[in-house]
Design a protein around this ligand. Structure first.
Ligand code: SF4
Length: 327
């Protein structure tokens, strides 16, 4: 084990090779009639066809590096070993990474090359391997994990996704992914359709959350505070959508677990089409202090206490920090 690895054995190290191979074969076959995410486009990506994620069966990696902007339990001292996949299976009109997610900036990468990136990040002291926007290239990534395992990788795998998954595909990841980190964006399907172009998002994300939690349970930390395995939910609070956030939190508390670790993010800023297009003017500003406070209050009210609050907002707004810490 790397000296900078969390004190745990990653799930995939115990997965038998034969089972690993079966999962890889199953996932690769899906490129030919793609149902890797909730869009279920049924396009043949092996023949060059593209679905909503706008990429065939070639994976593109935009960058990989130790990321110090993630949650404390992921970044630790040496950073989260982040591998950013280009393209995305969601089409959020406010995406801050739209050049990567919508315009496919990146270099082609085979599973072997992705495995080598993971091993490089481990050698640099990263505490986990954090696949960002992984869903549309699940076959590549699962194969990369197997190759990296054979070459000694011993870090938890983080599945850093938008929550627009399919439970059937997540089942193929059981015993391979250690930490699921869905960014649960919407409980309001109309908003999901308008702002993320994701039909039936709420149905899919709730089924996905249940399946993720069934597999890995609540987030576990080692004695140094590093995440070892479990579910870490993110929610980005959106302007004019406090009720949307409240319903997300209610679902987590009532249907998943009150022990769920939830990062309630306040850094929304209108990017891409949300920056100036009249059709999206409802989300054309940052959130207010009152909106953030209302969401945090609701999280407490529904029994969620493992909250990771946005320090950038708290630090610049001491009045809010006072109110929240007085609770
Ligand atoms: S991964 Fe891409 S092609 Fe496959 S179902 Fe999702 S959006 Fe469609």
């Amino acid at each position: 084990m790397s000296t900078d690895a969390p004190a745990t054995t990653p799930n995939y190290r115990d997965l038998p090779d034969e089972e690993f191979e079966d999962r890889i074969t199953d996932l690769w076959e899906r490129y030919a009639d793609c149902d890797l995410c909730a869009y279920e486009c049924s396009v043949d990506r092996t023949a060059g066809q593209e679905g909503t994620c706008r990429v065939d069966d070639t994976a593109y990696v935009s960058t990989h590096f130790p990321h110090f902007g993630e949650e404390d339990c992921l970044k630790g001292r040496n950073g989260s070993g982040t591998i950013f996949l280009a393209n995305c299976n969601m089409k959020c009109v406010f995406c801050q990474n739209f050049e990567t997610s919508h315009e496919a900036e990146g270099d082609p990468a085979t599973p072997e090359e992705i495995a080598e990136m993971a091993l490089e990040l481990e050698s640099r002291g990263c505490h986990n391997i954090n696949f960002v926007s992984p869903t549309h290239h699940s076959p590549h990534l699962v194969e990369a994990v197997k190759i990296a395992k054979e070459r000694g990788l011993d870090l938890p795998i983080v599945w850093n996704c938008g929550g627009y998954e399919r439970a059937e595909i997540l089942e193929r990841l059981e015993g391979i992914v250690d930490i699921y980190m869905p960014d649960v964006k919407w409980s309001d399907d109309a908003a999901a359709a308008k702002y993320s172009k994701a039909p039936n998002y709420w149905t899919n994300v709730t089924e996905s959350l249940r399946e993720m939690h069934r597999q890995v349970g609540d987030l576990e930390l080692d004695d140094t505070g590093l995440a070892t395995d479990g579910l870490l939910v993110r929610h980005l609070v959106m302007p004019n959508h406090v009720e949307n956030a409240e319903r997300v939190l209610e679902f987590i508390a009532e249907e998943v677990s009150t022990e769920t670790f939830v990062d309630i993010m306040a850094q929304y800023h209108p990017h891409y089409k949300a920056d100036g297009e009249e059709f999206y003017e409802e989300i054309g500003r940052s959130i207010t202090e009152d909106e953030y406070e209302a969401v945090i209050d609701h999280a407490h009210d529904v029994g969620l206490e493992r909250l990771y609050l946005d320090r950038s907002m708290l630090e610049t707004r001491p009045g809010l920090l006072d109110r929240l810490t007085r609770r």
